[in-house]
Ligand binder design. Sequence first.
Ligand code: SF4
Ligand code: SF4
Ligand code: FES
Length: 230
Amino acid sequence: MKLKLKVKRGNDSEVRYDTFEVEVQEGMTFLRALQMIKEDVDPTLTFRQFCRAGICGTCAITINGFPKLSCREQVLPYAMMGEEVVLEPLDRFPVIRDLAVDSSQMITEMKKLRTWISGFSGDVRIPPELSKKIERSADCILCLACQSHCPQMLEEDYAGPLYFAKLYRFLEDPRDDEGLMRLKVAVEEGNLYHCLSCNKCNNVCPKEVEPATLIRELMTYTDIDGKGKE
Ligand code: SF4
Ligand code: SF4
Ligand code: FES
């Protein structure tokens, strides 16, 4: 069985689509198909990969209009349809080349919203029920799938589901003492309340983080006084 791929090439100023055919192998993912094209047909084909195990978040691309981890998405169901599958870089990010996007904007936003544990010292016990509560937020692998699929990302100052999902844990994590301050930044600079609650980010997240659900929970924290947790 053959997999027919139509791959967006070039960058934001020069775009074309190239078509390829790959022989489907058992357990084949889109990342493997791209690797085979690069190895056997076109060494200039550019895409990102690292862990090949759905852990690092590096390999997300758009497959038939939906962001997916290419190392996890199996080609077989697509190949069985017999139709051409369109591979494109993630939406809402500048394209460096072919399927590789520039994600440096993510680093800038993460610094602005300070998405790391702050004020941690000494031993802190995290009860199992709390660990469970912040688990989803902590599971984010920064793959950018939600950011690329969120309609509100067209609004320039909307931080996006990735950051709000990350922020959630800091409001509950006892090792952190700046949760409310960060929430204030998220509301005032990241426009948290501009979320449309459309759930598109929930639907595309490969790690079931459910950013939209976490955003709705963030909105229940009303005591945004910037002084940190009690
Ligand atoms: S629910 Fe909010 S954050 Fe998620 S995709 Fe919709 S607008 Fe974006
Ligand atoms: S919340 Fe999900 S989709 Fe968004 S960056 Fe994290 S893992 Fe990816
Ligand atoms: S290569 Fe790491 S998540 Fe796909």
